[in-house]
Design a protein around this ligand. Structure first.
Ligand code: ADP
Ligand code: MG
Length: 272
């Protein structure tokens, strides 16, 4: 048990690529939070002073039901503590690992929430850049909360992010090819949303190979095999997202207009 400012930090909730996330209780109110602990030595000095501060300011200003709320950031000589709302339901990753693919109705519900949250952030100039089911949490009411948001610059830019993610199953071709310069992060997020949609519907990754060189080839070729039972509409949407050229890849605006997307998950009615 350790003290961090007004919090008592206890057990580990999750281990990410960089940070450890621990349970923290605010001693005065008794409210529980999740606290992400980052080692300052993992963050480039200039990133820390400029980018991280800006990113944190933006993060604090974000307020959306599908994004984990950032409460405050504390700093010690060696560490950075990011205090956020606690999401108790676990990772979407674990859900898919445990029960396999989701039915189309449930997959659509989570996908709509993902797009809602990301679209909100894009409109405010924030890109996630590390969307994957380990970073998508589900609360006790089945509401998806995107975490690890906007923290990508803390990870020291894309090269470090890339090394950290190790297996680039969710990385857009322009990142893998080191050509993301000049492209905006919004299309990088759109690519990852396509991968996540495929995973939600099939329980499998569209591009998978133990050999990294082969994996890169698969991603660059954008050759996706769809199970025969997948609806034509779902296939169509995924194929519009897993497009190599970011300029031709669907934007989130286009996703929101797609017929597969436009079904109300409460009523099953088409949103028209
Ligand atoms: P990293 O940047 O190192 O990947 P994350 O921010 O993704 O770190 O957090 C690592 C893990 O901690 C997540 O995959 C999740 O399991 C857990 N976690 C993160 N944020 C929360 C939260 N707000 N509530 C509960 N668990 C969380
Ligand atoms: Mg993470």
């Amino acid at each position: 048990m350790a003290r961090v400012g007004p919090y008592v930090v206890t057990h580990t909730l999750g281990q990410g690529t960089f940070g450890k996330v621990k349970l923290a209780e605010h001693t005065e109110s008794g409210i529980e939070y999740a606290i992400k602990i980052l080692d300052k030595s993992d963050i480039k000095a200039n990133e820390l002073t400029v980018n991280v501060r800006r990113e944190i300011a933006i993060m604090k200003a974000l307020n959306h039901k599908n994004i984990v709320n950032l409460r405050e950031v504390l700093s010690s000589r060696t560490k950075l503590y990011i205090v956020m709302d606690l999401v108790r339901g676990g990772e979407l990753f674990e859900m898919i690992e445990n029960r396999g693919e989701l039915d189309e109705v449930l997959a659509r519900k989570y996908f709509q929430q993902l797009i809602d949250g990301i679209d909100y952030c894009h409109r405010r100039g924030v890109c996630h850049r590390d969307l994957k089911p380990e970073n998508l949490l589900v609360d006790e009411n089945g509401v998806m909360k995107i975490t690890d948001f906007g923290v990508s610059s803390m990870k020291g830019g894309s090269d470090l992010l890339f090394t950290a993610c190790g297996t680039p199953y969710y990385c857009a071709p322009e990142i893998i090819n080191g050509a993301e310069e000049g492209y905006s992060g919004v299309k990088i997020d759109a690519w990852s949303c396509g991968i996540i949609l495929y995973l939600l519907l099939t329980g499998m990754l569209p591009f998978q190979h133990d050999d990294m060189t082969r994996l890169y080839e698969l991603i660059n070729a954008c050759s996706v095999t769809y199970p025969s039972w997948m609806s034509a509409d779902a296939k169509d949407l995924i194929s519009k997202l897993l497009v190599k050229n970011p300029d031709r890849r669907y934007s989130l605006e286009q996703v929101k207009e797609h017929s597969w997307f436009r079904v109300d998950y409460e009523t099953g009615d088409s949103l028209g």
